[in-house]
Design a protein around this ligand. Sequence first.
Ligand SMILES: Cc1ncc(COP(=O)(O)O)c(C=O)c1O
Length: 395
Amino acid sequence: MAISTTVKTNLEKSSWIRKMFEQGALLKKEFGADRVFDFSLGNPNLEPPQEFFDILRDEAATRAPGRHGYMSNVGYAEAREKVAEYVSEQHGLDLFAEHVVLTCGAGGALNVLFKTLLDPGDEVIVPSPYFVEYNFYIGNHGGVCTTVPTDENFMLNTDAIAAAITPKTKAVLINSPNNPTGRIYGAQVLAELGRVIMDASRRLQRDIYLVSDEPYAKIVFDNAEVPSMLQVCPNSILITSYSKDLSIPGERIGYIAVNPGLEPLGDLMNGLAFAQRTLGFVNAPAIMQRVIARLQGVSVDTAAYQRKRDLLCGMLHDLGYRFVRPEGAFYLFPRSPVEDDVQFVQDLLQERILVVPGSGFGRPGHFRIAYCVDDAVITGAADGFTRVAQKYGLR
Ligand SMILES: Cc1ncc(COP(=O)(O)O)c(C=O)c1O
């Protein structure tokens, strides 16, 4: 088949998540879905909050001329105004509708942003481990993804990021709370990162942007806070979506919020509107814009994810697995008891437990458990995790 070499290569070497999903489908057919313990996908298992359904019904029932027509590529002004109010409150800055672009999820937002920012060969620095699609989102627009490892606790290494900046660097892309580690970057390390970026921008006489992808910002545990990334440098751009915190990933709605101090703002906002149109998104789904405008600050019951974290961490800790306890999101990224994480994942597969090797996130020697699953999946996997722990002599 005459598909492009790039796509063919990417299909072959990429997405462990997809491979595990396919293996899981086979296992479920053979053994039945309730005997397969699938932790491979970040698809939230909680249903959206009741308010979502109430508002959706209300919006769907409203008839007025033009409600289903084209609109400004950046989205309805009223919806952007509501988002701007929320972001202003959260970040202690004055954002208005003009600083917000509504997008088709965080994935759509990142593609719109990189289309706008990147010239061929421009580099985007990404701390690893990282959400694997970043590689493709950057590559889609001629950019190069430069990965910089986080430390052994998955914290940002700002010295290493500073050292990785070159005259081709256009952005540093972070993700907090993090997929796959569940870590939140603290205020101090963020402030340091902001300094590194602004110093390098001045030294290289080139705008470098701090981009933070935060679709898990509302899913935090033990009253943790996600410090404001917009506060730490004027060249900052926030990306997020409602996929995870409202459990509506299929509805494709999110946004880009640009720091009001970023200059020149007009160029960037015009570029984002152009990219949104020419990438074929045209605009974010109309009805979802109206719905989220009325749901600012609302989220699923995140305490449910905290309970799942505690259940899983308690179980794996007792079995001797080693990990950094997640502070948010719904992923755990334990060490693989053997160097070869792909082999280890195969061992778990023998127990009908589906997880994703750390190699798929640019950090071999680990594996990712997505615990946005029913509690029964976690408890059901206990025997399999125990047998594999025994095989490797844990504890
Ligand atoms: C870190 C991160 N960014 C972006 C996305 C994409 O989210 P969306 O469904 O909003 O496009 C995901 C989805 O899993 C994610 O984990």
